[in-house]
Design a protein around this ligand. Sequence first.
Ligand code: MN
Length: 201
Amino acid sequence: MAYEVPPLPYDYNALEPTIDEATMKLHHDKHHQAYVDKANAALEGTELDGKSVEEALASLDKLPADQQGPFRNNGGGHANHTLFWESMSPDGGGEPGGELADAINEAFGSFDEFKSQFEANGVGQFGSGWTWLVLDGGSLKLTKTANQDSPILEGQTPLLGNDVWEHAYYLTYNNRRPDYLKAWWDVVAWDKVAERYANAK
Ligand code: MN
């Protein structure tokens, strides 16, 4: 079964003013669709055809050599964007609670320190990529990846990621990536992140 772009769980304009409607339309309907189409093409006729995108990324070396690069980029793009849409909500923002809050405080000292390091990873990613909160060997960690590389390639479970490709923010924030990273917390769906954490640990 070929991959498909999942429908957005809210309207295109639902995340305004944090993310504008035109950005959401282009990002979801055009960028994500292109990753899906190319990921499907890379898997066609291979033994990974029909596997979940997470499973396929974790088994990248089973693909023919000439399809590994295309699937790393486009399968990664599909996995990353699927997680991204689900990580946001018009009812988002605030702070996590429960076990996730405890784990963040333990790993980073405080929620504010966590946010500051997550933003710094996003600002510090030269060129396109992602800033991440991941579960790695049972511990929460912050990381960043280039292009569409998924933390799954490093054996990590992504819990929250922000897209720092210019297509994610340029219409509203222009070149001000730090402003986008700071504003983005207003739409983060912490209940979804907590659910991922509970499933992964
Ligand atoms: Mn993107």
